[in-house]
Structure formats: C-alpha cells, structure tokens
Design a binder for this molecule. Structure first.
Ligand SMILES: C/C=C/C(=O)SCCNC(=O)CCNC(=O)[C@H](O)C(C)(C)COP(=O)(O)OP(=O)(O)OC[C@H]1O[C@@H](n2cnc3c(N)ncnc32)[C@H](O)[C@@H]1OP(=O)(O)O
Length: 287
C-alpha cells in the first residue's frame, strides 16, 4: 500500500496556473504525488502531476522533484526510485511559458536550470515509467534514470538513454559495465524525431515496453527487485555505470574495478557470494 511522504512545497509562477485554483495537496506538493510503494515500502514513487501543462517542468515542479529525491535518498527503507507521469504525458519539456520572457543575463547569471541534475546525482537507482509525451529534458530525465520503461503506442522526441540490468545480487558490478559498453553504440541515435515505443525499444532507448495498464506495476516490481539487493553495493554499481557513461570506457572500467575491489570490504559481498554458492536467498544487511 503506497505510503504518502510529506515534503515542503514551493510555488510555481507558471501563467497557466495563476488563478487556476490549483492547491497544494495535503502532503505539501503541488506538482508531484510522492509515495512509498512496493510490498515492503522499499520503492520511492514520484508521479509528475501538472496535467494542464502536460507536466512541463517549471521551476516549482523541479524544486519539488529535488526535495522528493533528497527525501528518498535519505530514507534507509527506500532502495530504488520510480518516476512516472500521467496517461497523456510523461513531461512536455521545460516550461516554455516560464522561459519565454527570460533574458540571457537571467539564464546565465541566474540560477536557471540549477539543480536540475539532481536526478542524475541521486545515488539510488531510478526508473522512469514513461507514458505519453516525453519531450527534450524529460527524456534526458528518463535517460538519467538509467532504467527506462515505456508504455506502448506512444511517441516522443528523444535523445539516447542507457538501459541496464543491475546485478549486484552477487556483490559484483561487471554486468553493469558490460551493459554500458553495449549502450555506447546507441549514442548514434539522433534527437528531434518522433518515435514510437516499439521503435524506441528497437533502438535500445528503453529497456522494456508494456501495455499502459501494466506499466507502473512493472516499474515498481523492477524497483522492488533492485531494492532487495544490498543498497551499499547497488550504489557502487550505479556509480560505476555513471563513470563508464560520463567518462571514457577505459576510465569507467577502472572505476568499476576499484569499486568491485571495494565490495570485498562489505559484509554484503560475502553474503551475496556465499548465498549464491549455497543456492539460497541472500540476506543483505546493507553493511
Ligand atoms: C532546457 C530545456 C529545454 C527544453 O525542454 S525545450 C523543449 C520544450 N518543450 C517543447 O518544445 C514541447 C512543447 N509542447 C508541445 O509541443 C505540445 O504541447 C505537445 C506535442 C507535447 C502536445 O501537444 P498537444 O497534445 O496538442 O497539447 P497542447 O495543446 O499543445 O498542450 C496542452 C497544454 O499544455 C501546455 N504546454 C505543453 N507543453 C508545454 C511546455 N513545454 N511549457 C508550457 N506549457 C506547455 C500548452 O500550452 C497547453 O496549455 P493551454 O491549454 O493553456 O493552451
């Protein structure tokens, strides 16, 4: 049963919402619904809810998103995070009405887009359950989530993403790095095209495509599976994926190797390998 998470709220100056009567939810969010999901409450679930603007990313929404991610990052019960949108739109990109009147000085000299990379720096794995439109930045958001899921029949404009298969259950990170190596070829995919979910899947842009009524459950189930592993080793696995993605493959491999050595200092590495050899379920303690 989803458990509401309380967070502080901040306004958004979007013209479309001024006077629209839009109210904060009792939980404090205006543009997000934030809950814990999964049978053990181990999944942080963030739903973008700004339907009148197709979830366009205004500053207020992004501020709420940062706070939600901070809260889940600090929550020891949460092992993975799912971000989703509505039936019509995952998100329609940055808020054009908010950007329209901005000057260079305000953008470059101010804090415009500051902190928008929080979704990339959160250490827990994030899964994007993408439904409907996903334009520009949201697609980057999905890409940064690293485990993109899509619903069928929809389309979006899209830069490349990196689907991965985490395998920290045995205390190692190699399969992650191999998956990233494989995904490098996907960098060739061009942006600006409208493509279907099936095409995105074929191009490796998303890891899986589901019917709309199965999408969120599938994403939560994937997140639960990730969360059932050692949180310590999962964080190392994500760090190694990011290093391989953001640096050269050789440097990424070096980072992965160092982090793999580091797993030998954890109880969970020993438990994971022992459980594998003894053909039993591992009992991770996140230590
Ligand atoms: C650094 C970051 C840069 C970027 O992210 S640049 C990318 C910015 N985003 C875009 O270029 C996409 C803009 N939106 C669209 O092209 C279209 O929308 C869609 C194709 C996504 C959907 O079209 P349709 O189904 O016909 O819906 P609709 O009537 O255009 O939109 C419904 C309401 O949503 C508002 N809206 C949509 N996208 C944005 C946006 N990005 N920023 C602000 N508002 C947006 C509209 O204006 C409208 O509102 P109202 O009903 O009051 O006219």
């Amino acid at each position: 049963v989803p458990v509401p998470v309380l967070l502080a709220a901040r306004g958004c100056s979007s013209a479309g919402e001024r006077g629209s009567g839009r109210r904060e939810r009792p939980s404090g969010q205006r543009f997000l619904q934030v809950q814990k999901a999964g049978s053990k409450g181990s999944v942080g679930l963030i739903r973008l809810q700004r339907p009148q603007a197709l979830n366009a990313l205004c500053e207020g929404l992004m501020a709420e998103l940062r706070r939600a991610l901070d809260a889940f990052e600090a929550d020891a019960q949460v092992g993975a995070i799912v971000i989703t949108g509505s039936d019509k739109a995952f998100a329609a990109g940055a808020d054009i009405k908010e950007m329209q009147g901005k000057s260079f000085q305000q953008c470059y000299g101010g804090a415009f887009l500051a902190g928008w990379d929080r979704v990339a720096t959160v250490r827990k794995p994030t899964i994007a359950a993408v439904n409907g439109y996903a334009v520009s930045v949201p697609v980057s958001l999905r890409a940064l989530c690293r485990v993109p899921h899509a619903r069928g029949r929809d389309s979006w404009r899209s830069p490349p993403a990196v689907p991965i298969t985490p395998s920290p259950g045995a205390g190692g990170t190699q399969r992650l790095t191999r998956a990233v190596g494989k995904s490098l070829a996907m960098e060739m995919v061009l942006t600006g095209e409208r493509i279907s979910a099936a095409e995105a899947k074929a191009a490796g842009l998303v890891s899986k495509v589901f019917p709309v009524d199965k999408l969120l459950d599938a994403a939560i189930s994937c997140a639960e599976k990730i969360a059932s592993n050692s949180k310590l080793v999962v964080a190392m696995a994500k760090e190694s994926v990011n290093a391989a993605f953001e640096t050269t493959l050789a440097e990424g491999n070096r980072t992965e190797k160092r982090l793999f050595y580091a797993t030998f200092a954890t109880d969970d590495r020993k438990e994971g390998m022992t459980a594998f050899v003894e053909k039993r379920k591992a009992n991770f303690t996140d230590s």
